[in-house]
Ligand binder design. Structure first.
Ligand code: MN
Length: 263
């Protein structure tokens, strides 16, 4: 079959529902949980604001539109390499310079939902990834690795989503050796369902925040606050996650979509 015919076959399967499009993004609005940093860092990303310009009224009798105030790293969002100091020198590490083909790639979904439900501080290790590979097959070059925790079920509550107490934030994520291992498999990115790509306890790791430090150092990407990973099989899906083309942007909210085969 020619490539053209194969692509049109994909279009037919999208139309028939043989390939389902699953929404992996959370609603983006004033209720969206936003990361808060320790007070000594002073400047936080503001809460999202949506301001009406007009809605069929004196400011626009026939039209409705809004303007937005939002941080790059708000809601379901993409982390570009320039987000972290280790990735600062990549000319193709900004939202407007990353090659667009990198926004469409297969995804591996590692189900840690039982562990994360039992223990909010659960960490996925390299051994955990290898155990998953032994069952489902190897992570391929250029593929995403997504950590399913079902943390999106907390998304309606800022308190439950951030899950911070006097000892700090408690949320699941990867160990250093987990990220080192998926980079050895040449993964293109690491995605999670929490506020950021790293675990709540990641500030105490060596290096701190390995999903940021090591992925971006390798000119690879991150996805945070993903939803509906429970609707994906472990393998065999295509993830589409394209940040806005913000000039020298370090990240962007995305409408993340998964193409999922249905029999
Ligand atoms: Mn981010």
């Amino acid at each position: 079959m020619s490539t053209e015919k194969r692509l049109m076959r994909v279009a037919e399967m999208l139309l028939s529902g043989a390939i389902e499009v699953v929404d992996l993004s959370a609603p983006l609005g004033p209720q969206t949980p936003i990361l808060t940093l320790p007070p000594e860092l002073a400047v936080d990303t503001p809460k999202i604001e949506i301001h009406t310009i007009s809605e069929y009224d004196k400011n626009g009798p026939f039209w409705a539109w809004n303007w937005l105030k939002l941080g790059e790293h708000s809601g379901t969002h993409f982390d570009a390499p320039h987000h972290w100091i280790t990735g600062k020198d990549f000319a193709d590490g900004y939202t407007d310079t990353i090659p667009v083909k990198n926004f469409v790639a297969p995804a591996n979904v590692i189900d840690c939902s039982a562990e994360a439900t039992a223990n909010a501080d659960f960490l996925l290790t390299a051994d955990g990834v290898k155990t998953w590979e032994a069952k489902h097959g190897p992570i391929g070059r250029g593929e995403w690795v997504l950590m399913r925790t079902d943390w999106d079920r907390r998304n309606g509550s800022v308190e439950a989503f951030l899950n911070t107490d006097a000892s700090g934030p408690h949320s699941p994520g990867p160990t250093v050796d987990c990220i080192e291992y998926i980079l050895s498999r040449e993964a293109i990115g690491w995605g999670t369902q929490c506020i950021g790509t790293d675990a709540g306890a990641a500030s105490g790791m060596n290096p701190p925040f390995p999903a940021h430090n090591l992925m971006h150092k390798a000119n690879r990407y991150g996805l945070a606050s993903l939803c509906n990973l429970d609707r994906l099989p472990p393998k065999g899906v295509i993830l589409i996650a394209a940040p806005l083309k913000i000039v020298r942007g370090t990240g962007s909210p995305v409408r993340a979509l998964a193409l999922v085969p249905r029999s």
